[in-house]
Design a protein around this ligand. Structure first.
Ligand code: THU
Length: 140
């Protein structure tokens, strides 16, 4: 696992909690926030944004990832995810795949429920044997 200091992880968790307060989640009532740390040192927040048609709903992790990529970031050192549930919510399959495009399997993923008690793992733990750019050969 790539290393992040305890202080950095705690600050990222605080930012993820703040991001979760911006969630637009009128249908599920489940608020999620993410703080994605780029290798530049900048940190990008994201929240879940739901939709009346349900399918277009976007998770907090992808909001943070796409915001960061749009800002020009391409490499990341870690992500903290906070949710309003009793226990930590781990990224959904779509977010695991989206993150794996830009983040290494060693990247720390820190997930917390509403009590702020976290579980630390890596992206590779969550998505082993992922399909990635190198699978496309010369096109990747
Ligand atoms: N959600 C996230 O934002 N991240 C996750 O990792 C899991 C689920 C959101 C999507 C939806 O708005 C709500 O949580 C309930 O599924």
């Amino acid at each position: 696992m790539k290393r992040l200091s305890k202080r950095t992880l705690e600050r990222m968790l605080k930012k993820a909690i703040e991001a979760s307060e911006k969630a637009y989640a009128p249908y599920s009532g489940f608020q999620v926030g993410a703080c994605l740390r780029a290798s530049s040192g900048k940190e990008y927040g994201g929240c879940n944004i739901e939709n009346a048609a349900f399918t277009p709903t976007t998770c907090a992790e992808r909001t943070a990832l796409f915001t960061a990529v749009f800002a020009g970031e391409r490499e990341f050192d870690g992500i903290a995810i906070a949710c309003s549930g009793e226990r930590p919510a781990f990224p959904c399959g779509v977010c695991r795949q989206a993150l794996s495009e830009f983040c290494s399997p060693e990247m720390p993923v820190y997930c917390c429920g509403k009590d702020g008690i976290g579980e630390l793992m890596t992206l590779g733990d969550l998505l082993p044997k992922s399909f990635g750019p190198s699978d496309l050969g010369e096109r990747g």
